[in-house]
Design a protein around this ligand. Structure first.
Ligand SMILES: Nc1ncnc2c1ncn2[C@@H]1O[C@H](COP(=O)(O)OP(=O)(O)OP(=O)(O)O)[C@@H](O)[C@H]1O
Length: 193
């Protein structure tokens, strides 16, 4: 089971997650949903081991892989090179498979400047998936991607058999997931003193 138990994250006086607990099934695709600023990115960063908590417990399989909310692409590398850069030498030939998964095979030779926003997002997603891992933590993976395309990609991701936690504002994307965990409630609590 992937879970956080009684974790708190504060940024200066802002309490973003306040004695927060949740369990995430180790199967299928789970959406984290909630208003902007409620702590979805923060929770994914906690699960990825990038954000410390005040107390509590974090249970996550070894080798979680995080798709950052920003694309973080390299302007001088082609789409195919972005993928092969993260593959072990013996598997470099698999780049095309990951580009196909996100419907970017025809853009293999293009650099990020020649791609649309949604194409860049799909490239960042493909690079994350190509890394492999025990759980994929995907922060807004479909920003700028139309819902039918997102649906096809999600179906292929499901076929990888790796549990996925994703954050999304888009109702169409949330509806395509196996379940949704709301992170609603007041987005911030200001600590006294
Ligand atoms: N490094 C930081 N320093 C200070 N405040 C931060 C930091 N990271 C996040 N926050 C604050 O924590 C709150 C939650 O941010 P977070 O990015 O987790 O929200 P979110 O639900 O992912 O939002 P969105 O849907 O807009 O991406 C926000 O108010 C944000 O300003």
């Amino acid at each position: 089971m992937i879970s956080v138990e009684d974790i708190t994250v504060c940024f200066e006086k802002k309490r973003v997650l306040d004695h927060f607990s949740a369990c995430f099934p180790e199967k299928g695709i789970t959406a984290l949903s909630g208003p902007s600023g409620c702590g979805k990115t923060t929770l994914l960063r906690v699960l990825a081991g990038l954000q410390e908590t005040e107390g509590g417990k974090v249970n996550v399989p070894d080798r979680p892989v995080l798709l950052f909310q920003e694309d973080r692409l390299l302007p001088w590398r082609t789409a195919a090179q972005h993928i092969s850069d993260v593959l072990p030498r013996a598997r470099r030939g698999e780049a095309g498979r990951w580009l196909e998964l996100v419907e970017l095979e025809e853009a293999a030779g293009q650099r990020p400047a020649a791609l649309s926003g949604g194409m860049r997002r799909r490239l960042a997603l493909a690079r994350t998936l190509a890394c492999g891992g025990a759980v994929f933590l995907l922060d807004e993976p479909f920003t700028g991607v139309d819902a039918p395309c997102a649906g096809r990609i999600l179906a292929r991701i499901r076929g990888l058999g790796v549990p996925v936690l994703l954050s999304s504002h888009e109702a169409e994307v949330v509806a395509l997931c196996d379940r949704m965990i709301p992170l609603d409630g007041p987005p911030l609590r200001i600590l006294q003193g």
